[in-house]
Design a protein around this ligand. Structure first.
Ligand code: FMN
Length: 262
């Protein structure tokens, strides 16, 4: 079974390719998922998710801590994290959370995909060339990971990046404390009230105000930025931070290529 979370489509496409290669079923992690699942007919559990601030997304951590998996303790578990650049020590956080559940973390992998983090100065989406190159390379990377998972390799193969410990253990907690609040989200005048942001929110954290037909954000946000990137009018803003930033939501054709559907 592949348990996956995705804000903007990258991890969903990777999960689908893994599923095609391994023959494993897919189960999406979101706020309304069933927290009692039966994996007794599965060969393994693969956790597939984006890296957020060199760590697991809050939603994934929460699900990992609470979910009841029938046969979870006898199955091998794997991690496949997608990232824009590097994952720091995310794999160690995942392993620590696994150990707390007395589950068996076998190996961890990362796949570089288009970057979606745009909230700080100096961070933006990739250029078209970089995006294309990343997507092309990701397919081969996921196929290699699938083979490693199939033969039960217990060797981690991740892009930690430079200063990995500092990023995951020092910067990440600061990031989460001060830079991950949903409060600055708002819709600008460009909003046409299509509701796409509300529909794709994995946390059900967005409602449309009836009179104005504009979205409002509540506090239950995992900061995937799906609402920002999916907006067809670039009308979702995060304070002033996103004024000059690009958008990155995996298109259907890109997703099909990565997933191996074409
Ligand atoms: C809040 C947030 C934090 C992120 N932090 C990192 C990071 O620490 N390292 C990195 O390489 N990419 C980071 N990214 C980029 C995503 O991990 C990457 O684009 C991922 O493939 C998105 O997957 P998704 O489309 O399934 O949500 C971050 C993205 C967001 C929205």
């Amino acid at each position: 079974m592949i348990l996956f979370f995705s804000g903007t489509g990258n991890s969903r496409a990777v999960a689908k390719r893994l599923s095609r290669n391994l023959g494993d079923s897919l189960l999406e992690i979101d706020a309304s998922m069933d927290m009692n699942i039966d994996a007794s007919h599965d060969e393994r559990i693969v956790w597939c998710f984006p890296v957020h601030a060199w760590d697991m997304p809050e939603l994934v951590r929460d699900v990992l801590n609470r979910i009841q998996i029938l046969s979870g303790e006898v199955l091998p578990h794997f991690m496949v994290a997608t990232c824009g650049d590097d994952i720091g020590k995310t794999h160690l956080s995942w392993r620590a959370a696994m150990k707390k559940r007395k589950w068996n973390p076998v190996s961890a992998f990362s796949v570089i995909m288009p970057n979606t983090y745009v909230l700080l100065p100096g961070f933006d989406v990739d250029t078209a060339e970089v995006r294309e190159r990343k997507l092309e390379q990701a397919c081969g990377q996921v196929d290699k990971i699938s083979r490693a998972i199939k033969c039960h390799s217990n060797i981690d193969n991740v892009t930690e990046g430079t200063a990995a410990w500092l990023k995951s253990r020092v910067l990440s907690p600061l990031f989460k404390a001060f830079l991950m609040s949903p409060r600055p989200f708002h819709a600008t005048d460009k909003c046409i009230g299509c509701g796409k942001c509300m529909t794709i929110c994995p946390m059900n954290n967005i409602d449309m105000l009836k009179q104005e037909n504009h979205p409002i954000w509540h506090d239950k946000c995992t900061m995937c930025l799906g609402c920002y990137h999916v907006c067809p009018c670039h009308a979702v803003a995060y304070g002033k931070a996103t004024r000059k930033k690009g958008q990155s939501y995996l298109s259907v054709s890109e997703a099909n290529i990565v997933a191996g559907a074409t």
